[in-house]
Design a protein around this ligand. Structure first.
Ligand code: ADP
Length: 243
C-alpha cells in the first residue's frame, strides 16, 4: 500500500457550484479500523465532501486515492466495488421488500458466482451485526424508523466495505437507539476493520465512536485531531457544545 496503511486519502479537494465554493481545498485521510468524525455548521461542506468521496459528485479539483488507486474520476458504482460504501441522510430502502431482501441488495460488490449458501451467510452476518435477525422477513415499511435505519447500515456492511461513509446515521434516533447503534458499529468495525467517516450533529454519538475529529468551516478543515483536543478548542465548544 503506497499510502502506508491509509485506506482513503483525499488531497486538495475543491468543489464549486457555479459561484459557490462548497469545498476549498480539503485534505482528509481515513485509516483502517479507525473512525473519523466530521463536524461543521450547516453549509460548511460536510455533505459535499461525502458526495465527492463517494462519487455522487466529481470534485472540481483534487485527488482521491483508495488503497493506492486513484478514484476521483470513477463512477460511484466502481468506487463501491472497490470497497467505498456509504449511507445517505434519508433512507433509501425498498419499502415493500423484507429486511433480508433489502440487506441483500448491498451485495453488488460480491462475486456473481457466490453460491446461495455463502449469500445466506453474508446476509445473516449483516443482520446479526445490526440485531435484525428477528425482523428478517418483515417488510421494511412495517418497522419503526430505528430498525429501518439499521437495515440500511446492514446493507452497507454486507459487502465488507474497506471504507464506510455514514451521513447522519443517528438523526431521528432516540437515546436508546443511537447508543445501541454505537455498540453495533464498534463490533462491526472490530470484525471488519473498515475505515469510517461519520457525520452527525449528535456530538455524544460521534464522540463515542471517533478516534479523530475533523471540523469543517466554509469548505475548509479548520481543526483535526484527537477528540479531547478538538472538543477542548474554545471555538469548537462555542459553536457545537453550546458553551
Ligand atoms: P453541510 O453538509 O455541511 O450542511 P453542504 O455540503 O450541504 O454543507 O453545502 C456546502 C455549501 O455548498 C453550501 O453553501 C451549499 O449551499 C452549497 N451547495 C451544496 N450543494 C449544492 C448544489 N447542488 N448547488 C449549489 N450549491 C450547493
Amino acid at each position: 500500500d503506497m499510502a502506508g496503511g491509509t485506506t482513503l486519502v483525499a488531497a486538495g479537494i475543491v468543489k464549486h457550484f457555479q459561484g459557490v465554493v462548497a469545498l476549498d481545498g480539503v485534505d482528509i485521510a481515513l485509516e483502517p479500523g479507525r473512525v473519523t468524525g466530521l463536524f461543521g455548521p450547516n453549509g460548511s461542506g460536510k455533505t459535499t465532501l461525502v458526495n465527492c468521496l463517494s462519487g455522487v459528485l466529481t470534485p472540481t479539483k483534487g485527488t482521491i486515492g483508495l488503497g493506492g488507486t486513484r478514484i476521483e474520476n470513477l463512477a460511484r458504482e466502481r468506487r463501491a466495488r472497490l470497497g467505498l460504501v456509504r449511507t445517505y441522510q434519508n433512507l433509501r430502502l425498498f419499502p415493500a421488500l423484507s429486511v433480508a431482501e433489502n440487506v441483500e441488495t448491498g451485495l453488488f460488490a460480491a462475486d456473481p458466482a457466490l453460491g446461495g449458501k455463502a449469500r445466506r451467510q453474508l446476509i445473516d452476518e449483516a443482520l446479526d451485526l445490526q440485531g435484525l435477525r428477528p425482523h428478517a422477513h418483515k417488510a421494511v415499511s412495517t418497522l419503526p424508523y430505528g430498525l429501518q435505519k439499521r437495515t440500511e447500515i446492514a446493507r452497507a456492511l454486507i459487502s465488507h466495505p474497506r471504507v464506510l461513509l455514514l451521513d447522519e446515521p443517528a438523526a431521528g434516533l432516540g437515546a436508546g437507539d443511537w447508543q445501541s447503534l454505537v455498540e453495533s458499529l464498534k463490533v462491526a468495525r472490530q470484525q471488519m476493520g473498515f475505515a469510517m467517516l461519520l457525520i452527525d450533529h449528535n456530538v455524544a454519538f460521534v464522540t463515542a465512536l471517533a478516534d479523530t475529529l475533523t471540523v469543517l468551516a466554509n469548505g475548509r478543515v479548520i481543526l483535526s485531531g484527537e477528540p479531547q483536543h478538538v472538543l477542548a478548542n474554545s471555538e469548537v465548544a462555542r459553536i457545537y457544545l453550546g458553551d
